[in-house]
Design a protein around this ligand. Structure first.
Ligand code: NDP
Length: 442
């Protein structure tokens, strides 16, 4: 049995009942095979055994009181996966589906994504099974304070720097930052995605969505193409989806769909983002309201956005939201490029189908790395006690995304198949972390 297969079996046995984590591990192990088999150094240093086992996994009770005076208890997580190249860095997710498997898959992917950015950040992820939907402002605040009361002892500006993710935006980061400061009596860049008056970075809100569109534009340019004149379908209507739609529109694409967990909207004239922003960012409402406000737009509570004919598909909601039947529909309808804004939104079968059909496919580790990259730029600004202009951050983001595209494309060409960006991103991300781990000893 090969070294990779041995490790894969051991990881599966040790992490039974964690399908999302195993899906992420399988994808990485499969695609880095040519590298691992090219030298004994990885086996001799037990790199695969070590990189698949988190440095530490913290689980804790998060008690809070609801508006009726009932005491409620959620479970909090922080998985500090690997800090070979920098402090742990990765978001916090608040969603009822959160469990250890999901946090571990996200933390594992974060190691390689953060490495690809070229910035000094390790991999981690956290969150809770708390459901922010329908909660009052006071309930959200109390939950965030209680969550940080435990988390504070495990993080720090040079230790572990969390950010937002699903269900965690500027409001939640603000409450958590306030509680950290109260507990530690220290003003430091311990969280990113902060508000502008207290250490946030310009362009952080836009970074993941903009970065996604920048790298897809790079990928399209490599075949003499671009967003201009293309029909784009996007899923989700949160932070990533909104700013991906904004940049895709700016570059001349027409975005025709957006969704949330209840349903999706189709607007053949192109989504009016001001309406979406007002519903989602201001009123915290449902995407259904878009069809009530914009004439000619359709709302569907069944099916998915992937049934709409498009040239470019950008899944920006959640893991495994695009399966093999969605991939087949997209291919049949002539999709030419897919870019993952969400983390692991495509199932393994769907990715295989896209690649077999020669659809250009950019995986999440490369495609959505713009968010964490600008988070790392926020850390730099905090350390220097400086703040850079929007244009400065945006231009650095563009450069980072181009660099990620180039690294991913050349690793694919060198070690796998040209345009196999899944292998390219995993290999380029892995090599740097493995070298650092070897240099630092066991
Ligand atoms: P938000 O909470 O802002 O938005 C999430 C969107 O996805 C909402 O429209 C939400 O709908 C929808 N969604 C969430 N869960 C589900 C589900 N189970 N089924 C259907 N729809 C769902 O999160 P973000 O935009 O920040 O994150 C979206 C994705 O991008 C995630 O995979 C995240 O890990 C990834 N990502 C985010 C980064 C960031 O900087 N924010 C950075 C890199 C990756 P509803 O409101 O109904 O729940």
């Amino acid at each position: 049995m090969s070294y990779i297969q041995e490790v894969r079996n051991a990881v599966a046995a040790r992490n039974a009942g964690q399908p999302e984590f195993m899906q992420a591990v399988d994808e990485v192990l499969t695609t880095i095979t040519p590298i691992v088999e090219s030298s004994d150094v990885y086996k001799a240093n037990a790199i695969l055994e070590r990189i698949t086992e988190p440095d530490r996994q913290i689980m804790f009770r998060v008690p809070w009181t609801d508006d009726n005076g009932n005491i409620r208890v959620n479970r909090g997580y922080r998985v500090q996966f690997n800090n070979a190249i920098g402090p742990y860095k990765g978001g916090l997710r608040l969603h009822p589906s959160v469990n250890l498997s999901i946090i571990k898959f996200l933390g594992f992917e974060q190691i390689f994504k953060n490495s690809l950015t070229g910035l000094p950040i390790g991999g981690g992820k956290g969150g809770s099974d708390f459901d922010p939907k329908g909660k009052s402002e006071r309930e959200i605040r109390e939950f965030c304070q209680s969550f940080m009361t435990e988390l504070a002892r495990h993080i720090g500006a040079d230790v572990d720097v969390p950010a937002g993710d699903i269900g965690v935006g500027g409001r939640e980061i603000g409450y958590m930052f306030g509680q950290y400061k109260r507990l530690k009596n220290v003003y430091e860049g311990v969280l990113t995605g902060k508000g502008l008056p207290y250490g946030g970075s310009l362009a952080r809100t836009e970074a993941t969505g903009y970065g996604l569109v920048y790298i897809i534009q790079n990928m399209l340019e490599s075949i003499g193409n671009g967003f201009k004149g293309k029909t784009v379908t996007i899923s989700g209507s949160g932070n990533v989806a909104i700013y991906a739609a904004q940049k895709a529109t700016e570059l001349g694409g027409k975005v025709v769909t957006m969704s949330d967990s209840n349903g999706w909207v189709y607007d053949k004239n192109g989504i009016d983002l001001q309406v979406v922003k007002d519903i989602k960012e201001v009123k915290r409402g449902r995407i259904k309201e878009y069809a009530d406000q914009v004439s000619g737009a359709e709302y569907h509570s069944d099916g998915k956005v992937w049934q709409v004919k498009c040239d470019i598909a950008l899944p920006c909601a959640t893991q495994n939201e695009l399966d093999i039947s969605d991939a087949k529909t997209l291919i049949k309808n002539g999709v030419t490029a897919v870019g993952e804004g969400a983390n692991m939104p495509s199932t393994t079968d769907a990715i295989n189908a896209f690649q077999a059909a020669h659809v250009l496919f950019m995986p999440a580790k490369a495609a959505n790395a713009g968010g964490v990259a600008v988070s790392a730029l926020e850390m730099s600004q905090n350390s220097q006690r400086l703040s850079w202009s929007f244009e400065e951050v945006d231009s650095k983001l563009k450069g980072i995304m181009r660099d990620i595209f180039n690294k991913t494309a050349s690793a694919a060409k060198l070690y796998a198949t040209p345009a196999d960006y899944v292998a390219g991103a995993n290999i380029a991300g892995f090599l740097k972390v493995a070298q650092a781990m070897i240099a630092q000893g066991v």
